[in-house]
Ligand binder design. Sequence first.
Ligand code: URA
Length: 435
Amino acid sequence: MSLRMVDLIIKKRDGKALTDQEIAFFIDGYVKGNIPDYQVSALLMAILFKGMTKKEIVTLTDKMEHSGDTIDLSMIEGIKVDKHSTGGVGDKTSLVLGPIVASLGAKLAKMSGRGLGHTGGTLDKMESIPGMRIAIGEEEFIKQVNDIGIAIVGQTGHLVPADKKLYSLRDVTGTVESLPLIASSIMSKKLASGSDCILLDVKFGAGAFMKTLDDARELARTMVEIGDALHRDTRAILTDMEQPLGLAIGNALEVKEAIATLKGHGPKDLVELCTKAASIMLEQAKIVTSLEAGEKLVKEVIADGRAFNKLKEFVKAQGGDVRYLDNPELFPLAKNIVEVKAEKSGYVHSINALQIGEAAMKLGAGRETYDDVIDLSAGIVLHKKVGDYVAIGDALCEIHTNKENFEDALKEIHDAFVVKEEPVKVLPIVHDYIK
Ligand code: URA
């Protein structure tokens, strides 16, 4: 008997599980244009309310992954590792982690995205290095990873068309916030990108997609289960995005911080996160057999310059001007650099990452819509982090902008800092590890 979309909607509305065949019918029919948006919207809403079983989520992800091209990385020798962050403010980890793991023999063939709204994207950050190419052909991409162990590019090929259509529809039908839909959306894209191992950095807090640790943990567990069921070594860390990561927010400013971190002068939370994440990736790549051994190697390659040299090789291979890496003062500065001063003394209790990300966007560092042009020099550099003591009149941060009118952003930054008299305990950046 042929399947009918209305029967799938009714079944899910009544809380029943869809079969593999029904899920395949829905994804295939929607991508081919045989099922209208209004019926898919109804099904998505039923999924949002009734959820999906683990088996349904795995099948959905698998069908989405294979709805278009998938990247074949089999020509790359060795174990291919990939990392995905659910997005945040000041998150430059790929630019630090990538060179670290590549300098130790792991293969990172990574596709990254651009920033939108208050969150940044690795491609934009890379483009603040003059000459850096983010579009390279598949053959060259594979050759580069074989030669130097690392390439980071924009998405190539026609990957996961099902997600493009579904995500646009979810965006306008109030169905973004569904765990099965979020997990399948993220994992279908990661699986289609072809790596053997995936490390998910699932962020929680004010600046993250998931606001609470519990929600982030549930998403992480679901994604790890999907990856394992589909035969990839998938692991996740849960990391704090209440306050921005590191000190720099904004494209060129973040690249400078990534350079400093690879030279051994990174901010504590960024170093902590990159060390932990890199050691997990090294274990996934079977370069070490324990996280402790991984951490030791990570410290070594930062201290002896191998990680920084790998960054140079990577930038050179993709056409970037390596002089900027040795001389970060070459990065052009914004016309206006203004300190934001503390209005009272005390300890910094929180720095709302969402407000800081939005302020950075208003200063020119981010886009409100996909067509906006960004100012690579714009952003914010924090002088204080959560737990630090600040005296009245001390700089909390400095803003970098070419805009003349930045009152709104300044107000938002002031509101983002909460300073109280009593000291505050600083929690570790990585809250949990799921494998
Ligand atoms: N990011 C994605 O790629 N998909 C979602 O559904 C949510 C966040």
